[in-house]
Design a protein around this ligand. Structure first.
Ligand code: ATP
Ligand code: MG
Length: 761
């Protein structure tokens, strides 16, 4: 009987439909931005459920962020109703892996109540290990070791599997890694990387278990497949059979997590690993206008290392991508804030946009502050997705430490964090002694304390304080059994004296108390304390709940998979974007990854993309002159409309190609005689757009032009201070006049210079 086409299939194009309806056997959807990959995945999920091919808990669905997982769940619920609630295994790689690990924790020597450490805890732990091994932690920082261990884990390397070529601190890498893992086990803890790594260990050592999961997961669906790393890839392989019903969707042009060990090669390997896999290509973009798509396609075509694909759209409406040059970061935030307000107004019969329709996508989080300040000033509602993370604030971490210690006595890091917060007269020496004894006896710090309070090792005063501490925790733990966890939190904060401590602080106390209130509130949407703490460890940067109608500020990395009618892309400057660091560290490869990030950025826009760059920027407390990003040069004039407040725009935008255009377009504001314009001409005449040293030389030579007018320059200068100036050499500060310094130079004599161009020596 022909029952017609179900609603959810009706709107799909033939290729999309093929990807949805080919439910059996491996399928790879390889396609550009906005072609409906995620939509295909969601519809496929609905299709499998609606046709009774599997029940919700038999599906393993992996998305890249918790936000994406939430959205997918909502979409499915809209399509098939409440039965979507049974989708137990829909989440990020980490959240699903954590679920599996909780069930089999004992197989890797953990209890199922294990704690997931954050980077801060992790680094503290590593610092201890480094110090214990007499390693200079200035030279070999805990941070770098933590990054390295993370890298190893992303490659699926346990200490046993670590290749000999991998190292840290001259031959100590392996031992440190092993010691770290051992320490984690005694703490009944693991870090983020362990979630998958332990899964791999469990699944590869226990064939029966792996087989059970393979039977359970009748269909596997993976979004953003291009960014899976080796560990995630191995994990997927262990959970699926080679003939399995695995559907992965991805876009090699959007692979932007190279630094986290993601491997585009996984995409290419798919066909080999899953013989007979159906490869589906989607070429029609449903998201963006043709100008946006044209700009993005031209940009990404500068990358050599790509599979290459065609993209087209029917949407011929819309404006060109707008590129703006502005004076400095503040001008940039002012411009964007103004444009946000303008976009909200109805225009030419069209209703205005909502705040939430607009996003500001930055390369690095330091760029966010200027926008936040501006938005606060103008009362523009905004959310920072992944910004200064709520859960990383000290008071929140303190509260969590109390809760963690209530949940698990083994959590020494939590113990260390709050044993003397608020102050209980338990000094650093006593704490060290406790930890030392704990380590020596192979027990938790709490257990060591129980021992110590009945001995004479510590001063009587300290012993009394510790007895109270232990009694408090015993009481709270008992209370936890029949108290809702948020009430428990309030009680703990009150009884421990933490609230009073904050009340006594006149500077930030109130803010912190407000944050704690917020925390208690946030906890109420979780069933149990355990569920809440798990959530906290898993909430990655990108997942702070957004207000109802607010401008979205986030990093380009965090914007993956999302779409907005209007997208602002600020900070397109050399060194900022592409980031200097990624070029320094990874050369051409790094640059290509940055370019993919630019492609991701532009393709988030549905109707409007607006790129901007500033001529001056405060970087690490110093004003620096900036050059427009080479990505600006790479944008095709046919899809771009450029304007500049400073004449500065002339310094870029594919000068050669655009020359004629510029010649008869008056530059806004200061015109051809402006310093920026002169510089632009010098710039074109002198060098090719991709030649970074030349750009740098130019900026140094002509930087003064900018600096003279720079209103923001300033610094802490002292009379008599010895300084160095690019042009005049060494000298001593004589007089300080605002941002100008009168300097007696050793060779050049007395000069008045702008402090931005002077370095302390
Ligand atoms: P990205 O690579 O950025 O993750 P994607 O390939 O996952 O993009 P989607 O987010 O699934 O693309 O789709 C982009 C937009 O196009 C969405 O708004 C989606 O609803 C819409 N879309 C996809 N397919 C169709 C279709 N057949 N008809 C109408 N709209 C569609
Ligand atoms: Mg997508």
């Amino acid at each position: 009987v022909d029952q017609g086409t179900p609603d959810y299939l009706a709107g799909l194009n033939p290729e999309q439909r093929e990807a949805v309806e080919t439910t059996e056997g491996p399928v790879l959807v390889l396609a550009g931005a906005g072609t409906g990959k995620t939509r295909v995945l969601t519809t496929r999920l609905a299709h499998i459920l609606a046709t009774g091919r599997a029940r919700p808990w038999e599906l393993l669905v992996v998305t890249f962020t918790n936000k994406a997982a939430r959205e997918m769940r909502e979409r499915i619920t809209a399509l098939i109703g409440p039965s979507a609630e049974g989708l137990r295994w829909l989440g990020t790689f980490h959240s699903v892996a954590a679920q599996i690990l909780r069930r089999h924790a004992e197989l890797v020597g953990l209890k199922s109540s294990f704690t997931i450490l954050d980077t801060d805890d992790q680094e503290r732990l590593l610092k201890q290990l480094l110090e214990a091994a007499n390693i200079d932690t200035k030279r070999w920082t805990p941070k770098s070791l933590s990054g390295l261990i993370d890298h190893w884990k992303n490659r699926g390397w346990t200490p046993e599997k670590l290749p000999p070529s991998e190292d840290f601190a001259n031959g100590k890498g392996h031992a440190l890694y092993a010691a770290y893992q051992a320490r984690l086990a005694t703490l009944n803890a693991c870090d983020f990387g362990d979630l998958l790594l332990h899964n791999l260990t469990i699944l590869s050592k226990h064939a029966d278990l792996a087989e059970e999961y393979r039977r359970r997961f009748r269909y596997i669906l993976v979004d953003e497949y291009q960014d899976t790393n080796v560990a995630q890839y191995l994990w997927l392989r262990l959970l699926s059979s080679s003939t399995g019903n695995v559907c992965c969707v991805g876009d090699d042009d959007q692979s932007i997590y190279g630094w986290r060990g993601a491997e585009v090669d996984n995409i290419l390997r798919f066909e080999k690993d899953f013989p007979g896999a159906r490869i589906v290509k989607l070429e029609r973009n449903y998201r963006s206008t043709s100008h946006i798509l044209g700009a993005a396609s031209a940009l990404i075509s500068a990358n050599k290392d790509r599979l290459g694909k065609t993209l087209w759209t029917e949407d011929q409406s819309g404006d060109k991508v707008r590129v703006r040059g502005v004076w400095d970061g503040e001008a940039e935030s002012r411009l964007i804030a103004d444009e946000i307000e303008t976009a909200r107004r109805p225009h030419a019969g069209e209703p205005g946009l909502k705040y939430k329709d607009m996003a500001v996508l930055v390369r690095a989080s330091f760029q966010m502050r200027a926008f936040e300040e501006r938005f606060v000033l103008l009362a523009i509602p905004y959310v920072v997705i992944g910004g200064p993370r709520f859960f990383e604030r000290a008071e929140i971490r303190d509260a969590h430490a109390y809760l963690r210690l209530i949940q698990s006595e083994d959590d020494d890091l939590a113990f260390e964090r709050i044993v003397n917060v608020p102050k209980r007269g338990i000094g650093e020496t006593s704490v060290q002694k406790i930890l030392q004894i704990a380590r020596h006896n192979g027990v938790s710090a709490m257990t060591a304390v129980r021992d110590l309070i009945t001995s004479d090792e510590l001063q009587a005063r300290t012993r009394t304080a510790l007895s109270t501490f232990v009694r408090d925790f015993d009481r709270w733990r008992a209370l936890a059994a029949d108290t809702r966890h948020w009430s428990l939190t309030e009680i703990v904060l009150e009884e421990s004296g933490y609230t009073d401590m904050q009340k006594a602080d006149r500077t930030t106390g109130q803010t912190r108390l407000d944050n704690l209130k917020e925390l208690v509130q946030a906890m109420q949407s979780f069933e149990t304390l355990g569920a809440y703490l798990e959530h906290v460890s898993l909430v990655m940067d990108l997942d702070r709940g957004a207000g109802d109608d607010a401008v979205q500020i986030m990093t380009l990395h965090g914007a993956k998979g999302l779409e907005f009618p209007l997208v602002f892309l600020p900070g397109w400057e050399e060194g900022v974007f592409p980031s200097q660091r990624s070029i320094d560290e990874k050369g051409e490869k790094g640059l290509e990854e940055e370019r993919r990030l630019a492609y991701v950025g532009v393709t988030r826009a549905k109707q409007d993309a607006r790129i901007s760059f500033a001529a001056n920027r405060l970087v690490y407390g110093r004003w620096t002159s900036q050059l427009p990003s080479r990505f600006v040069d790479e944008l095709p004039m046919a899809h771009v409309e450029a304007e500049s407040d400073t004449g500065y725009y002339g310094a870029s935008a594919g000068m050669k190609e655009a020359k004629s255009r510029w010649d008869d377009t008056p530059v806004f504001g200061s015109g051809y005689s402006s310093p920026g314009w002169q510089r632009a001409q010098a710039y074109t005449a002198k060098q090719s757009p991709t030649d970074r040293p030349a750009r740098k030389a130019l900026i140094e030579g002509e930087g003064r032009l900018i600096a003279t007018a720079d209103p923001k320059a300033g610094g802490n200068w002292a009379r008599g201070e010895r300084v160095f100036h690019q042009k005049f050499g060494y000298g001593n500060v004589r007089v300080i006049e605002g941002n100008k310094l009168l300097i007696e130079f050793e060779k050049a004599g007395e000069k008045r210079v702008i402090d931005t161009f002077v370095e302390k020596v």
